[in-house]
Design a protein around this ligand. Structure first.
Ligand code: G3D
Ligand code: MG
Length: 193
């Protein structure tokens, strides 16, 4: 009871920001999680936001969380900093087929992870579009994004997924929830010391 109660309390007012290059699949992920179906998207100008009910079997079951999907076009990326400030978690969506833009995705991810306000914010990397034949593996995505070089305080999880069918998304969100709850309870422990 103790663990699930503290998990619930931690997640009731949670905010998660979704970032990633344009066309990575962020909005498709958002609506797949929200409506449990594929929704045809248009390029995001500004942001979309939805309260999403988490449905995992673990501590996240039945708890809802506010997701912010921020546009990924170059001209909108200055918005990433204010939107990610003080967020509980970051979801970084990557197009696993777009090898040419992985370097750009890496640079933007490291830029956002290094902001002082984001130090230690748990990170879920969604290796999206795994349904496509030339999709890179999770290991390749992790290597191209240089996840090992993120600030040491950044906990991360890489989740292979397909936002069209929803495969992998719930597992990813559950992993993010676990990291957020662990960080919050660690912070509480430190405060008490
Ligand atoms: P964005 O919000 O990150 O900019 P979108 O990306 O959610 O708008 O998605 C961009 C395109 O990728 C969309 O196609 C969308 O259907 C497609 N897409 C998203 N996720 C997946 C996936 O898992 N697999 C495949 N095959 N396609 C995906 P269009 O054709 O509308 O541009
Ligand atoms: Mg979008």
């Amino acid at each position: 009871m103790g663990t699930s109660f503290s998990g619930l309390a931690a997640f009731q007012s949670l905010h998660v920001v979704m970032l990633g290059l344009d066309s990575a699949g962020k909005t498709t992920v958002l609506y797949r999680l929200r409506f449990n179906e594929f929704v045809n998207t248009v390029p995001t100008i500004g942001f979309n936001t939805e309260r999403i009910r988490l449905g995992g079997a673990g501590a996240s079951r039945g708890i809802s969380c506010h997701f912010w999907d921020v546009g990924g076009q170059e001209k909108l990326r200055p918005l990433w900093k204010p939107y990610s400030r003080c967020t509980d978690g970051i979801v970084y969506v990557v197009d696993s087929v777009d090898a040419e833009r992985l370097e750009e995705a890496r640079a933007e991810l490291h830029r956002i992870a290094r902001f002082s306000e984001n130090q230690g914010t748990p990170l879920l990397v969604v290796a999206n579009k795994q349904d496509l034949p030339r999709a890179l593996s999770v290991a390749d995505i992790a290597r191209h994004l240089a996840l090992g070089e993120l600030p040491p305080s950044t906990r991360y999880h890489v989740q292979p997924a397909c936002a069209i069918t929803g495969d992998g998304l719930r597992e990813g969100v559950d992993a993010l929830h676990d990291m957020i709850v662990k960080r919050k309870s660690l912070k509480r422990k430190k405060k008490r010391q």
